[in-house]
Design a binder for this molecule. Structure first.
Ligand code: LFR
Length: 481
């Protein structure tokens, strides 16, 4: 029988990769990262941008390798799916030209004037969209730029949609990435003129919303010649939002709120998968968004995540992270943590001095050297996770059985251990590559190779997933104030 394989193009804020997922007999699924490339915010004429043309060229290199790997191992590449970070967009004109470069949310302006001028109340926008006001939201930035009052034949595409467009020539979006914009309804996957007109955005410019797992079509002839792939490869619309891809296993209709979910990457997303949006005033005030998941609603608190550590590493000339982490591994938890989502940490620029200043304000003057900075960052991230878990429990009224941490931060042993100790809940950590695995799993389910994306996650072995019991309270002597 034909052995069908799927490729995930997974674009993160600090790196992108092409991952090939192949069914591997009784052993479940095997994942191979066939190509990885760096990504970062760069500055062009004073504007923070992503070099998407470079990222797309690297994507083509990766897809070529995915095809070659399939050929040499006797698989047929049946599908390609794309996921990326949220909120950023481009406009494609009537001739198919994308407005480039894509601006990064890191340069988002102060949204206060837009919010003040909006004819809908803050509460109504939240009730409709499920998304609290946050400077990075597409809606608020489009309004600040006032570039889309009339469509003029242009179509707005989010980053994963732009990839799908370049690969297939088809415009469109999916509920997960579209919901990061604050223009989509929370209760049903549709844009609404109520939300778009409130921020002066033409509803005509918004793309058509297709279901997660729907078929887009074959590669264009350009994409075929650039990758060496054939017309039999199907591009699927997956969960274009990386966070939704990472949580593709969570299906509230099957599991209820059994676990608190944490996606630990450049951002930390903490919350739960729900059957329906929860747009109470308390949820808004605690900073929770109701984004569309691969299925159901993802109720998530958006916290600044490993960005703080990534920017320190960049400033320090990329020293070996493993040995830095090793040197903080056994240090006790220090409850004098700083607020990781402090606005001072949001933008690009020197990070260590910003962290040190926040630590002084928290009564924790850091000694010289990098180790104390890394120690403070990880303790503070863990304290933020614990606070997000408490908020999730308070909002849902459910006492979950465990916490599931996915994403790159699930490899950070101290962070996972501290999260278990500070919350008193066992932590299941992994997979680190949940976004790419989710993007493969959604295709496999759409293609009939599995009955649910969760099957692919459930089959992952101990190399992907580690367990932190709560009995092991070695690091936390005192809890944060
Ligand atoms: C994570 C993520 C978050 C989103 C942030 C900005 O990669 O997608 O979910 O809030 O990036 O888009």
């Amino acid at each position: 029988p034909e052995r069908r394989a799927y490729a995930a193009v997974d674009l993160g804020a600090s790196s992108g990769r092409v991952v090939l997922g192949v069914p591997d007999g009784d052993a479940g699924w095997r994942f191979t990262e066939v190509h990885r490339f760096a990504n970062e915010v760069s500055e062009m004429e004073g504007v923070d941008v992503w070099d998407v043309e470079h990222l797309y060229a690297e994507t083509l290199v990766g897809l070529r390798r995915a095809g070659a790997t399939c050929e040499s191992e006797g698989y047929r590449l049946a599908g390609i799916g794309v996921d990326s970070w949220g909120v950023d967009w481009t406009l494609v004109d009537a001739d198919g030209r994308a407005e480039l470069p894509v601006r990064s949310y890191r340069g988002a302006p102060d949204p206060a004037p837009v919010v003040a001028g909006r004819p809908l109340s803050v509460e109504s926008v939240y009730a409709l969209s499920g998304i609290p006001d946050h400077a990075i939201n597409t809606a608020l930035r489009l309004s600040a730029e006032s570039t889309l009052g009339t469509a003029d034949g242009r179509t707005l595409l989010f980053v994963p949609d732009l990839w799908v467009y370049w690969l297939t020539g088809k415009t469109g979006t999916d509920p997960t990435i579209a919901s990061t914009s604050q223009l989509l309804r929370a209760d049903t996957p549709a844009f609404t003129p109520e939300l778009s007109s409130a921020v002066g955005v033409s509803n005509d410019a918004l793309p058509r919303v297709h279901a997660v797992g729907s078929v887009v079509g074959p590669l264009t002839s350009e994409a075929r010649s650039a990758t060496g792939l054939g017309a039999e490869v199907t591009v699927f619309r997956c969960a274009g939002h990386d966070t939704a891809a990472a949580f593709a296993f969570a299906d509230p209709s099957r599991d209820g709120v059994a676990e608190v979910l944490i996606s630990s990457g450049t951002w930390s997303l903490v919350g739960a998968a729900l059957a329906a949006p929860l747009t109470t005033e308390e949820a808004r005030l605690r900073g929770f968004s109701n984004e569309h998941g691969a299925t159901g609603t993802l109720l998530l608190q958006n916290q600044t995540g490993l960005w703080i550590l990534q920017e320190c590493l960049r400033e320090w000339g990329s020293p070996d992270l493993a040995s830095l982490l090793e040197s903080v591994q056994r240090l006790p938890f220090d409850p004098r943590t700083f607020t990781t989502s402090a606005p001072e940490l949001f933008g690009t620029g020197p990070m260590e001095t910003r962290v040190r200043a926040l630590c002084i304000a928290a009564g924790r003057a850091l000694p010289n050297g990098r180790v104390s900075v890394v120690h403070a960052i990880i303790d503070s991230l863990a304290a933020a996770y614990a606070s997000g878990v408490r908020d999730t429990v308070a909002l849902t009224g459910v006492q979950p059985a465990r916490i599931r941490i996915v994403g790159g931060g699930s490899r950070n042993d101290r962070l996972c251990r501290l999260t278990a100790e500070l919350t008193g809940l066992p932590v299941i950590a992994g997979p680190a590559e949940a976004t790419a695995i989710g993007t493969v799993a959604i295709q496999a389910a759409a293609d009939g190779a599995v009955s649910h994306p969760a099957e692919v996650f459930d089959a992952l072995d101990d190399a992907h997933v580690r367990h932190y019991p709560t009995t092991d309270t070695a690091l936390v002597k005192e809890t944060p104030a």
